[in-house]
Design a protein around this ligand. Structure first.
Ligand SMILES: NC(=O)c1ccc[n+]([C@@H]2O[C@H](COP(=O)([O-])OP(=O)(O)OC[C@H]3O[C@@H](n4cnc5c(N)ncnc54)[C@H](O)[C@@H]3O)[C@@H](O)[C@H]2O)c1
Ligand SMILES: [Fe+2]
Length: 383
């Protein structure tokens, strides 16, 4: 076996209703003044109510910063750092989807350290220290609660990442009851994002290892078995719990065996056209899987065995079953299936392809090399 490293969040708590007791977790971290970082949608859905009541009960001072935007721009992080400093926060809680969790990670790092945001872009540039950090996902998608990554939109339409082990929180708290009201379309898109994390981790050209493989397979098994129920019967707590766990396992996998071509081509779609992260991945998934087939057939066949345990036949046949399954999923779940559905036209392809080529951090992980002309063909196919 070749050597490898594997890192993840040190404390993962899976318990429906656990958010109602979050103040005791804060106390256990020796903190008594919390800043909750969230977005207006999460706030309006009243998901914070039980957590807020627990702070009053435990005499923990609490402030809420709820101005997070999807695909957060730098200004959202700067304002959040200021909110943490004004509140004198000694603990940060990211409460929401990937956008809120990513912003919380960066606030925890920047509010207590001496570095600026531009100084920490890239890999291992952050020096810390960071404030104690708890992450509570309310979408079953990004797995940000177990990844050492935070994504920021810089300027008009570019995305930059901060990658540092300091971004792994002290605690990830998985409370499926928070996801019961997640709208079907968001459940579908964020769930497909999680599936892409599992698939791209399993087929990653770099850093794939036996632990990430086991996690990716089990993640895909859970997600595939529950995504239809979670979309159709949102209040089914078992399906919601399995989705949340599946997304977390997929996050643990791709945090160590990084994602590739689907994400590389999805990022420009999200950045230029403000298409949500999950949906942009879903739109690019079919074409990239088909493109990768010559180099990833065996691995796709192994993943097909997870989705279809009774499948038989050659690896080519089973790999195609997986590709077909994923290709049909967006339509079955009732979300957009073509780039033109989100306002993209043929005239946009050259810019999208040029932007995708800048995602070298991701492209190097793809099982098959994607060049500029390939990227343009893939966008054309997705149109
Ligand atoms: N750090 C990482 O490892 C990582 C990985 C992938 C993506 N990302 C980033 O994560 C972001 C996307 O995160 P996301 O897909 O979770 O979406 P999101 O956080 O942008 O949330 C999407 C929408 O869903 C709403 N919402 C969230 N939970 C809800 C609930 N339970 N009930 C009702 N509404 C709810 C929000 O208010 C928001 O309007 C992007 O910025 C992306 O770049 C980060
Ligand atoms: Fe993703």
């Amino acid at each position: 076996m070749s050597t490898f490293e594997f890192h993840t969040t040190k404390s993962i708590i899976v318990e429906p209703g656990a958010a109602a007791n979050i103040a005791s977790r804060v106390r256990a971290l020796q903190c008594d003044s919390v800043l909750i970082v969230t977005d207006p949608g999460v706030l309006a859905a009243q998901l914070l109510d039980a957590a807020l009541a627990s702070f009053t009960q435990h005499n923990v001072k609490v402030s809420v910063y709820s101005d997070v935007l999807a695909d957060p721009p730098e200004s959202v992080i700067y304002a959040g750092v200021e909110a943490a400093q004004i509140a004198n926060a000694d603990c940060i809680i990211g409460f929401g989807g990937g956008s809120s969790m990513d912003v919380a990670k960066l606030i925890a790092l920047l509010a207590s350290g001496s570095q600026s945001l531009p100084e920490i872009y890239g890999v291992n540039q952050a020096e810390g220290p960071r404030l104690p950090l708890i992450l509570v996902p309310t979408t079953a998608g990004t797995g940000s609660e177990v990844t050492a990554i935070a994504i920021v939109t810089t300027g008009e339409n570019e995305k930059k990442g901060v990658v540092s082990p300091l971004l792994l929180p002290d605690i990830a708290l998985l409370d499926a009851s928070l996801t019961l009201g997640l709208p079907a379309a968001v459940t579908a898109a964020t769930g497909i994002d999680a599936m892409v994390h599992a698939i791209e981790a399993y087929t990653s050209k770099r850093l794939k290892n036996p632990i990430s493989d086991a996690l990716a397979k089990d993640a895909l098994r859970l997600l595939a078995a529950n995504i239809h129920t979670a979309c159709k019967h949102g209040k089914n707590i078992k399906a919601r719990e399995n989705m949340l766990l599946g997304a977390c396992l997929a996050g643990m996998a791709f945090a160590n065996a990084p994602v590739g071509g689907v994400h590389a081509l999805a990022y420009p779609v999200g950045a230029r056209f403000h298409v949500p992260h999950g949906l942009s991945n879903s739109l690019m998934l079919g074409p990239v899987l088909r493109f990768n087939m010559p180099n990833a057939e065996t691995l796709y066949a192994e993943l097909a065995d997870v989705v279809y345990p009774a499948a038989s036949g050659t690896s080519f046949r089973r790999a195609n079953m997986l590709v077909e399954y994923l290709q049909n999923l967006p339509q079955e779940l009732g979300i957009a299936t073509r780039l033109k559905d989100v306002g993209i036209t043929e005239g946009d392809i050259a810019d999208l392809a040029a932007d995708a080529m800048k995602q070298t951090r991701l492209l190097i992980n793809n099982p098959r090399e994607i060049q500029l002309a390939d990227a343009a063909t893939l966008y054309k196919e997705a149109l």
